[in-house]
Design a protein around this ligand. Structure first.
Ligand SMILES: *Cc1c(COP(=O)(O)O)cnc(C)c1O
Length: 393
């Protein structure tokens, strides 16, 4: 197998199979193995002086990390990728690359909560001021920009509350004032939302979710377009926060089946969300692929699919009823993170930490991650839970 000379003409599915692979450099083995290493030896003094070789030190990359970087850069339509040990580390290194003391950052009020905690807890100490904005602001972001606003942070949809952001409109307004757009694209992944094509300068993916896919991996990926790449790469190199080789190997393994798993999550999630929407206990389903979702038109315009993560608002439950519902579930685990093969549920409340918008859904909020179990089994598990709510009423 010679391998294709130009991968750009190939479809995404084929690129997921080929991405980053160089069997000829690995004695013909299909997968790039786990390279562990700090020291890389130089053959001559001349080459040592010039640092003239592909790999120069463990923190600067190995064939394992390079394989994943190349595949992800290609998939994301980016200028480059850096790999870090978690999604939150990806957010941290991305923001460090484009902020300095005295800067102002705008962050969506629907943001992943640890991003907010990083901004308020760490960036603030380094002299960066953050203000939160209504996720539905769209082009109105222009009115919130200050002369020192250098970053507009976006996430679509919010990973609990599912507000859909108009990324192209926000990006156009931010770029007109010289700011960079950073996006947390964990929900859609580059398979369902091409971040750079839609206006993001830097995109973050928690590979912990759909790239890993098996709840056994922590991984963060940051991609950048040509404008943002030099600073991202320099910050990453100076910080040396690279992901470990075993984790990169597992992520590469996940990459090969990522589209199959994501498409299935999309189908399973829709089937469960539709079933839930018919239940009398459910007040609202928060799923952008539903025609009734306020952000549906944006989702349809900009996204190629949905993941298996969505929320529902139940008619208000007492704590006793909620406990009876959750504690008796046999298939849905209760726990954070998502994107694995198994179904999860967590109750949530955004009200205590929102600052730009009010979260008042008028009922009990639950977030579901739908895994690969049979949907009839999952529905029966929830139906039994709804019976326990009645009994505890
Ligand atoms: C999980 C998650 C992260 C962080 O990923 P970790 O690997 O758990 O640190 C970031 N953003 C979103 C939207 C997430 O769901």
């Amino acid at each position: 197998m010679a391998g294709p000379s130009d991968t750009k003409r190939l479809s995404e599915r084929t690129r997921l199979v080929l991405g980053g692979r160089k069997p000829a450099e690995q004695f013909g083995f299909v997968n790039t193995p786990i390279y562990r290493g700090s020291t890389v030896l130089y053959p001559t003094y001349e080459e040592l002086k010039a640092r003239r070789q592909t790999y120069i030190y463990g923190t600067k990359g190995t064939p394992t990390t390079r394989a994943l970087e190349e595949a992800w850069t290609d998939l994301s339509g980016a200028a480059g990728t850096v790999l870090v040990p978690s999604g939150l580390a990806a957010i941290a290194v991305a923001l460090q690359s484009c902020l300095k003391a005295g800067d102002h950052m705008l962050v969506t009020d629907s943001v992943y909560r640890p991003t907010r905690q990083y901004a308020d807890g760490v960036l603030k100490r380094f002299g960066v001021e953050t203000t939160y904005y209504d996720p539905l602001v769209g082009a109105g972001i222009a009115d919130l920009m200050r002369p020192n606003t250098t970053v507009v942070f976006t996430e679509a949809p919010g990973s609990q509350s599912f507000e859909m952001q108009d990324i192209p409109a926000i990006a156009a307004a931010a770029h007109a004032k010289g700011a960079l757009v950073v996006m947390d694209n964990t929900w859609a992944t580059p398979l369902y939302f091409p971040p750079h094509e839609r206006g993001a300068d830097i995109a973050i993916e928690a590979g912990t979710k759909y790239l890993g896919g098996h709840s056994d991996l922590l991984m963060g990926l940051v991609t950048a377009n040509a404008r943002a790449w030099p600073a991202l790469k320099e910050t990453f190199d100076l910080t040396a926060v690279g992901a470990g080789p075993e984790d990169c190997f597992l992520a590469l393994r996940g990459l090969r089946t990522m589209k199959l798993r994501l498409d299935e999550a999309n189908r399973q999630g829709m089937a469960m969300a539709e079933w839930l929407s018919q239940r009398p206990e459910v007040k609202t389903v928060l799923h952008p692929a539903f025609a009734s979702h306020p952000g549906h038109a944006i989702w349809k315009r900009d996204f190629k699919g949905a993941s298996g993560l969505f929320s529902v608002i139940l008619h208000p439950l007492t704590e006793r009823q909620l406990g009876a519902f959750l504690d008796g579930l046999e298939l849905f685990g209760m726990g954070y993170s998502w994107g694995g093969y198994e179904s999860l549920v967590v109750p949530f409340d955004c009200a205590p930490y929102r600052t730009a918008t009010t979260w008042n859904p008028g009922g009990t909020a639950l977030r579901f991650q739908i895994g690969l179990e049979d949907v009839a089994d999952l529905q029966a598990d929830l139906a039994a839970g709804f019976e326990r709510i009645k009994a505890a009423g």
